[in-house]
Design a protein around this ligand. Structure first.
Ligand code: PGA
Length: 254
């Protein structure tokens, strides 16, 4: 049985000061019993990572970054390395979010380089894939997601799949209030699992966690998480509202 995972992607929100209140109100509403049944990850901006780490030190809440660079160190102004994240106590990193692909020209190729570096540093990567509205309207969503998966996973060894989580995030559902229906999302998750089985084997595909992301909230999360192949969610907007985020987490274990 795959353990569910719920990750909050704060994006470019919350100052160092503001993050304390949000992390505390999430932490105060999740007991140890709940946190033993589900993996919870908080991904604040880089500037709040160390504070988030300190505030969650005694709990099972995990910390993740929203991005990283693929070189070890050197003259890369403005970038953050995998080892810097690891040294800070980060366990996870989000790679290839559609906003990074769209606004910062990330490609499957650079995501693949980042994934290799994250694995080397023992970070668990949440690798994002998903089609645009136009691609779905043209009914090429499966082809697009298959291509993204194949490229992002190039030369990744099957033994490293315990450090990879896939997040299916249809671009048309992110921050728009339009969620994929549970059936639509599950169909794609099944397709992702089949694609991974063809690329690797049945064992890898049966064990990999596949999250859904895109306008998940406390009202739609349970039905999404009840689907056979949806193993949790990558939550944007609703992860900034502690009551909603906690309800989403609880809905994954009910
Ligand atoms: P959203 O974002 O929940 O605000 O749609 C999800 C994401 O971008 O990860």
């Amino acid at each position: 049985m795959r353990k569910k995972l719920v990750a909050g992607n704060w994006k470019m929100n919350k100052t160092y000061q503001d993050s304390k209140k949000l992390i505390k109100s999430i932490g105060n509403n999740l007991d140890e019993d709940t946190l033993s049944k589900i993996d919870v990850v908080i991904c604040p901006p880089f500037t709040s990572l160390s504070r988030a780490r300190k505030l969650t030190n005694k709990s099972k809440i995990n910390i993740g970054a929203q991005n990283m660079y693929y070189e070890n160190d050197g003259a890369y102004t403005g970038e953050i390395s995998a080892s810097m994240l690891k040294a800070l106590g980060c366990k996870y990193v989000i790679l290839g979010h559609s906003e990074r692909r769209q606004y910062f020209s990330e490609t499957d190729f650079t995501i693949n380089l980042k994934l290799k570096k994250a694995i080397e540093n023992e970070l668990i990567s949440i690798v994002c894939v998903g089609e645009s509205l136009e691609q779905r309207e043209n009914k090429i969503q499966n082809q697009i997601v298959k291509e993204q998966l194949t490229n992002c996973l190039t030369a990744i060894d099957r033994k490293d799949f315990n450090k990879i989580v896939i997040a299916y995030e249809p671009v048309w559902a992110i921050g728009t209030g339009k969620t994929a229906t549970p059936e639509q999302a599950n169909q794609m998750h099944i397709f992702i699992r089949e694609t991974i089985e063809k690329l690797y084997n049945q064992d890898v595909s049966a064990n990999i966690k596949i999250l859904y992301g895109g306008s998940v909230n406390e009202n739609n999360s349970q039905e999404l998480f009840n689907q056979s192949d949806i193993d949790g969610g990558l939550i944007g907007g609703a992860s900034l509202k502690p009551e909603s985020f906690v309800k989403i987490i609880l809905s994954a274990i009910n």
